[in-house]
Design a protein around this ligand. Structure first.
Ligand SMILES: Cc1cc2nc3c(=O)[nH]c(=O)nc-3n(C[C@H](O)[C@H](O)[C@H](O)COP(=O)(O)OP(=O)(O)OC[C@H]3O[C@@H](n4cnc5c(N)ncnc54)[C@H](O)[C@@H]3O)c2cc1C
Length: 436
């Protein structure tokens, strides 16, 4: 074949079936059912459901049925095009899980266990939807509930609880990720309010949020304060971060704040230093711990069905010893993760949970989930790299979860500090000069 001089000629020279649409996966591979028809839950081997109250069990089933029905059929498509499925927001709102543990102001007032179970059930099917709710609910709404004035709670929480409005939570900056307490966005007092200047990065839901919780350094006290910023205010710009390999449906944004005026009534009175974010992070780290649990449950469920459907060498894949070992390994991990996650909830409910315990829950569970989804990816062979069969998507979605809300390393160091009494966040040479 001679090489055509330009691309158009090159395309014409190709075969007639060049650029045909892809075959639907159920036609291309009828041997196994894709995740659009979600597999039944088979991961509760030690019957941990018995640890839940009847109300928590009922909520679990309600969330499971809804997400399997509404999200599973569309998730691969939206994940692939890195778009958020806005049409499902009212359906997620109808679940009455946004606002989780918050009591009053139209919020559901769930137990932390119920809220965690709901988080896992959404993540079992789709981690992006779970992150969308988590940022909105366990970070933004909870900050208003725990650190806001009475007027702020009444003004913002009811519509956020119904998901009629959406919120995001902006702490991280381009120069300050793990080191977020050193953030540089400034809040300068002016007549009647505050002027915010700076930049945020990675903020989930940022491109379409109605309400933005922004943390900034008070130029008078040099402490971190919190502000409620409404979308469309002059000087505010949020743009989507492109090319993510995980949680592709979540719209993470870069936020630019250039002389953004926030009236006095939208400053969060309960955030007077970085330490005040810890009350929020204590709850949200428990919730984040349940995301990898849910993801691992879903991956196990998918593998369990797939291995029975798919045959090689004249037998279902489930009949091979090596595959069984991997499946059992995954199942054992899921049981242990659930028990750690459940115990964290109970420690929190009795007021005994320490920051180190929450951090170890998040870091340990995420590591075990990474192992679990990697096994699942192997078990599905080639289909293990297709988002249609869930595990590839889950495999990728777990990576940002490993990193956000404190990376594995940072959470390990939080626990390490608690159990040894030594903070080791800064290299020794710098620590001598700092007050951390
Ligand atoms: C998909 C996604 C969604 C997110 N959503 C939000 C959001 O809604 N709101 C928000 O505010 N932020 C959000 N984040 C930001 C997230 O919290 C940060 O990415 C995270 O804190 C890590 O910061 P970094 O990415 O800057 O990594 P870095 O801090 O640059 O860390 C890079 C590596 O160095 C290691 N490291 C750093 N410091 C230490 C140390 N002292 N000791 C040992 N190892 C260290 C880390 O563990 C990591 O492995 C999101 C991030 C992602 C990826």
């Amino acid at each position: 074949m001679t090489i055509p001089p330009n691309q158009d000629d090159a395309n014409k020279a190709r075969t007639t079936y060049f650029n045909l649409p892809a075959l639907d996966v159920s036609l291309a591979f009828p041997q196994a059912t894709p995740a659009a028809i979600f597999p039944p839950c088979t991961s509760d081997y030690y019957q941990s459901n018995d640890l839940l109250t009847p109300e928590e069990q009922a909520l679990r089933m309600r969330v499971r049925q809804s997400v399997e029905k509404e999200v599973a059929p569309i998730m691969a498509e939206y994940w692939e095009k890195a778009a958020f499925p806005f049409h499902i927001i009212p359906k997620l709102g109808a679940l009455r899980i946004a606002g989780g543990t918050i009591k009053g102001y139209g919020c559901p007032g769930l137990s932390i266990t119920a809220s965690a179970i709901a988080t896992a059930e959404v993540a079992r099917v789709d981690a992006s939807c779970s992150t969308f709710i988590l940022v909105h609910s366990s970070l933004a709404m909870l900050t208003i509930a725990l650190c806001g004035s009475e007027a702020q709670k009444q003004k913002y929480l009811p519509s956020l609880a119904e998901l009629k409005t959406v919120a995001c939570w902006g702490l991280t900056e381009p120069d300050y990720g793990s080191d977020a307490s050193a953030l540089k966005t400034t809040a300068t007092k002016v007549e009647g309010g505050w002027m915010l200047d700076g930049q945020k990065r990675w903020i989930g839901n940022a491109t379409f949020a109605d309400v933005l919780i922004i943390f900034a350094r008070n130029t008078t006290t040099n402490q971190i304060n919190g502000y409620i910023v409404n979308k469309n205010v002059p000087g505010l710009k949020a743009t989507k971060i492109e090319n993510k390999i995980g949680l592709r449906m979540v719209q993470n944004g870069d936020i630019l704040l250039k002389q953004v005026f926030v009236p006095d009534e939208d400053r969060l009175p309960g955030v007077t230093s970085f330490q005040d974010t810890n009350k929020v992070l204590a709850v949200s780290r428990v919730m984040v711990s349940w995301q990898p649990i849910g993801i691992s449950m879903g991956v196990y469920d998918m593998c369990h069905r797939y291995l029975k459907e798919r045959k090689q060498f004249g037998a279902p894949l489930a009949a091979f010893q090596i595959n069984q070992e991997k499946l059992v390994h995954m199942l054992g991990n899921v049981q242990a993760m659930i028990l750690i996650g459940w115990r964290l909830c109970k420690l929190y409910e009795t007021g005994k949970m320490t920051p180190g315990q929450a951090s170890m829950g998040k870091s340990w569970i995420t590591v075990k989930a990474r192992e679990t989804v990697a096994l699942g990816r192997e078990l599905l062979g080639g289909n293990g790299i297709l988002s249609d069969f869930l595990v590839a998507k889950a495999f990728c979605d777990l990576e940002p979860i490993y990193t956000y809300e404190g990376t594995y390393d940072i959470n390990s160091l939080v626990t390490g500090r608690e159990i040894t009494g030594f903070a080791s966040f800064k290299p020794a040479a710098l620590s001598k000069r700092s007050r951390l």
